[in-house]
Design a protein around this ligand. Structure first.
Ligand code: GUN
Length: 285
């Protein structure tokens, strides 16, 4: 069994981004900028946003967080997004999800300028991903593909089972795998007999948020496991969706959780923001 070390790879990527930021600054005086919109008091969202901001600081980006109260109106957030779309210091806009129930999330995501959509959630970028055209790709699935590439795992022709069909992870994950010539199944909450599907999988990618959803009787020998789920146990420990202790014994490769996919998500946000900044820098010339 070999661990897929996302922590180590994300550090390597951060160094590359830092070096590219310096080059960009020398060339045109441009500093990549990321604006984050955070609404309400969700502690997990606040933690994620804080980690993203710290990563921006480490690589030399400009970053700004628009911290808004839970009770804020749709119109006020829309105004902020329009302002950020027009702000030349901002290359990337990220709306931290989930948003409060009274907010129309889809409308906000569609309002973000596609060229600044570093989360890849705008339907324009979703369409480009599905049709295998260049665009912005959601950070978590993109990070998974980078991790697989780093360990020279070719998905071509492999049976990949994606568990979880969210717009943020499951669906873009499936598109990326399909674009890389994998055979892809998407399982979700209504799937009948998950085990029937997982037993046939060469690679299992699970993003559900249910502790110990995947147990060793559900996987074949030498399976590759990508654990994208994050949950907190009653003792407060962060864990994934996979019974790591037992499933790892049957795996050829497995991500730890935490320390696998999580750090890659942030590294990909940096890469996407740098990509947006490079495109904008060309326009400024
Ligand atoms: N909430 C959970 N994951 C994500 C993510 O990748 N991006 C944003 N914006 N919100 C999230």
């Amino acid at each position: 069994m070999q661990l897929l070390d996302g922590k180590a790879l994300s550090k390597k990527i951060e160094l590359e981004v830092t070096s590219d930021v310096k080059t960009l600054k020398d060339k045109c005086g441009c500093t990549p900028g990321l604006a984050v919109v955070l609404v309400g008091q969700d502690p997990a969202s606040a933690t994620y946003v804080n980690m993203k901001k710290k990563a921006c600081d480490r690589v030399g980006f400009y970053s700004i967080t628009h911290d808004m109260p839970q009770s804020i109106s749709q119109e006020a957030i829309e105004k902020t997004i329009i302002m950020l779309n027009n702000d030349t210091n901002v290359d990337g806009i990220l709306i931290q999800l989930p948003l409060p129930e009274h907010i129309d999330t889809t409308k906000l995501l569609e309002l973000v300028e596609p060229a600044k959509d570093v989360d890849g959630f705008h339907p324009f970028n979703v369409g480009r991903l599905v049709t295998n055209l260049d665009g912005f790709v959601p950070c978590t699935p993109l990070g998974v593909m980078e991790l697989l590439k780093e360990y020279e795992i070719d998905v071509k022709g492999k049976n990949c089972v994606v568990i979880g069909a969210s717009n943020i992870v499951g669906k873009p994950m499936a598109s990326l795998l399909l674009n890389a010539d994998a055979t892809v199944e998407i399982c979700h909450i209504h799937t009948d007999s998950l085990k029937k599907h997982t037993l046939n999988a060469d690679i299992i990618l699970v993003a559900v948020g249910i502790i110990n959803l995947i147990t060793d009787d559900m996987v074949k020998d030498d399976v590759i496991i990508i654990d994208i789920g994050v949950s907190r146990t009653t003792e407060g420990k962060l864990v994934g969706d996979v019974d790591f202790e037992n499933v790892s014994k049957k795996s050829s490769f497995i991500t730890p959780s935490p320390g696998g996919v999580g750090p890659m998500t942030i590294a990909m946000l940096l890469k996407n923001t740098l990509k947006a900044a490079k495109i904008n820098a060309k326009d400024k010339k």
